[in-house]
Design a protein around this ligand. Structure first.
Ligand code: MRU
Length: 354
């Protein structure tokens, strides 16, 4: 393991610090998260982003919340208040709800031992979640690399690297592992409008990792595939339904339809914490809609007529029949996903018991 691999956008140094991803790649500045309001704001404005990174941030956010409870405020009341504040920030990324729900179980188990004890237990748990997310990403990378063959040119969308997780990344973890195994020649990086997570963040990470890449506009996917320049595509997900339908950054569905049209394998890489078995199909996944000015403005510059109306869906849903396989820390899942997903959770439960 070298220092690049251990890179994480989330740090705990007797307090939470988050790398402000809105400033990348120009500036590397860390936000001091002294209150849960600062954390909720960082999640909402995408200073920290990517479903697994949001989940781990929320876990530490519960600790910060309890530490900053008002004089004489009941821990139960404070926990509910902070959990609601953090939970309201981003509706599609299920890792957020997943982490808050697990945090509640830890809280319930320890709260009767007093505020200091419950805070210590939650901090231990948050550190564990952080480490477990990195381990999941590494396993996803190893399983995913097996699907690649030497010389592959891979397309990816949005940012799914160390920045979007506790470290190493999901789809970008697969790309990293494949490159290191000598099976990857080049990455096509979709710029990912409107907030340019591909052009700003994925390109930044690939540069640090010394993996060859080219940025393309999102609308280039058709010509790249039509010309036979893409051998496979791998993306992340914010929420995968029980039937394998996967929500991810807007534009993913378009890329999946094109991949299907051109016979390009299309993989989704995600930890089991992104699979929401309470959501039967993609139709029930809530899709975040963000302010119109993210579309009408490009980094502060107004590119549309004054007061031009705009729609800003942050995610879309790729139906399971367009997904060749889902790469998880429990292995590569193949259709029918209802069955392979249930089996992966059963395997994980078995491992946790032993
Ligand atoms: O709006 P963002 O930047 O949080 O969207 C992120 C994505 O769409 C990622 O692909 C997804 O969260 C998986 S990150 C490992």
């Amino acid at each position: 393991m070298n220092d690049r691999e251990e890179f994480s956008p989330i740090r705990w140094d007797d307090g939470l610090k988050l790398l402000d991803q809105t400033l990348l790649p120009r500036e590397e500045a860390w936000i001091d998260c002294a209150t849960p309001e600062i954390i909720a704001d960082a999640i909402y404005r995408l200073a920290v982003r990517g479903a697994p990174a949001i989940g781990v941030t929320a876990a530490y956010g519960l600790v910060v919340g309890l530490r900053t409870a008002g004089e004489g405020q009941e821990p139960r009341e404070r926990f509910a208040e902070v959990s609601e504040l953090l939970g309201a920030t981003r509706p599609t990324a299920v890792n957020l709800r997943w982490a808050l729900e697990r945090g509640r179980r830890v809280f319930d188990e320890h709260v009767d031992r007093g505020a200091a004890a419950v805070i210590a237990a939650l901090l231990d748990w948050a550190h564990g979640l952080h480490a477990a997310d990195v381990a999941s990403c590494r396993a996803i990378g190893d399983f995913g690399a097996e699907l690649f063959v030497a010389g592959d040119r891979v397309l990816t969308h949005c940012n799914t690297g160390a920045l979007a997780t506790a470290g190493y990344g999901t789809a970008l973890g697969v790309i990293t592992s494949s490159f290191r195994a000598g099976r990857l020649a080049q990455v096509w990086v979709d710029e990912t409008r409107p907030l340019l997570q591909g052009a700003r963040l994925t390109a930044w990470e690939l540069g640090r990792l010394e993996i060859p890449y080219k940025i393309v506009t999102d609308s280039s996917v058709g010509i790249l595939m039509a010309r036979g320049l893409v051998d496979r595509a791998v993306v992340g997900s914010d929420r995968i339904a029980a039937n394998g339908d996967a929500a991810n950054k807007i534009g993913t569905y378009t890329a999946a339809v094109l991949a299907n049209r051109h016979g390009v394998p299309f993989y989704v890489a995600a930890p089991l914490s992104t699979i929401d078995r309470d959501t039967p199909t993609g139709d029930q996944i809530p899709i975040e809609e963000r302010p119109a000015d993210e579309v009408t403005h490009v980094f502060g510059a107004d590119v549309a007529p004054d007061r031009a109306p705009a729609a800003n869906f942050a995610f879309d849903v790729t139906p399971n029949e367009l997904i060749t396989a889902i790469i998880t820390e429990e292995g590569v899942l193949e259709p029918p996903y209802n069955e392979s997903i249930a089996a992966a959770f059963a395997r994980q439960a078995g491992e946790e018991r032993t």
